[in-house]
Design a protein around this ligand. Sequence first.
Ligand code: EPS
Length: 384
Amino acid sequence: MSELTYRTAGESHGRALTALVEGLPAGLCVDVGLIDGELRRRQGGYGRSARMKLERDAVDVLSGVRRGRTTGAPVVLQVANRDARIEEVGELSRPRPGHADFAGSIKCLTTDCRDALERASARETAARVAAGALARCLLREFGITCVGFVVEIGGARAEVPETATADELRAARDANDLYAPDPTAVDALTAAIRDARQTKDTVGGVIEVRVFGVPPGLGTCARWQDKLDGRLMQAVGSIQAIKGVEIGLGFEAARRRGSQVHDALYFEPAERATATFGFVRRTNRAGGLEGGMSNGMPIVVRAAMKPIATLSQGMDSVNLKTRRPERSDHERSDICAVPAASVVAENVVAFEIARAWLDKFAGDTLREVRAAYEFYSGAVRDLG
Ligand code: EPS
């Protein structure tokens, strides 16, 4: 039994993206349909490039699963690339500002940005989504649901009620190709992307993930590396093009007094059977996290995505071979990948919650994990 972790490998135009997931307990039912559904959603959303019409992302489970259940061995997930022409694609020597091209090629002492960009490409997030969706197979055993959605594109905003349930959010989000759970915002969000395309530009935006059903006590205040808020910020902040991550009120908390930031605590006997064990808040400005630990309220993580770095109009750049000024290279690209990023964020957040879950309720088998959770919830209800 080891910590739940994953690594990814693969290039944008290589043969495949893979994720190696270690630390899942044996006996977990693996829902390939759930993983494929998330991979499909990641490919969608208004504003994506022609590449997404070419690819048909679907997971191939290469190891660690037998007769539909985990065996406790490492799980390898593979998503094949259809546009697999890495040996044929040409060199790129005019770095796109904002992409990994410049720093990645200088770092590896080359004037060809191709190696760096192939790995830096957001195509890698297909592997992260596959790993996160696999981890959701564990979370759903315990009634935990994650919902990611779009709240802003190019300055146009969706209004999403704080009190919406997971089902309400999902239904509203899935009703449009912006992945925004606010039908009144769809036209403005779409227009922001359309305008960017017309002006040969790109747009970014803001995404949010809410996690429902997490009991208090996941994460730790004892070891900085395992603080759940820190883990979530690293997981989301490492998604390609993310430039800011906040939890709950986030930066807004810095502008308010304490009484307008913290969430007063109440005990409601009628709520004892829920993930809060009855210890409830009437506000959730902390975004479900205090002291590096979950507090029983929904976890709320928001992230800012910059506009895609590949502009069809190009930008001032330098040819690394000649050192002369030239416009940056242009490759086929997305105008906006904010909806896709909401899917990636949803799944990487799920992975971190699953990791924290297994840190606390460790076991070689799902039965032992379940028993550890049942012991904990009984002990919490008996406190006092
Ligand atoms: C990306 C460039 C584009 C995007 C890609 C990310 O790929 P290509 O150069 O093949 O057109 O489509 O995203 C994906 C392929 C994906 O699956 O998300 C980049 O440079 O980051």
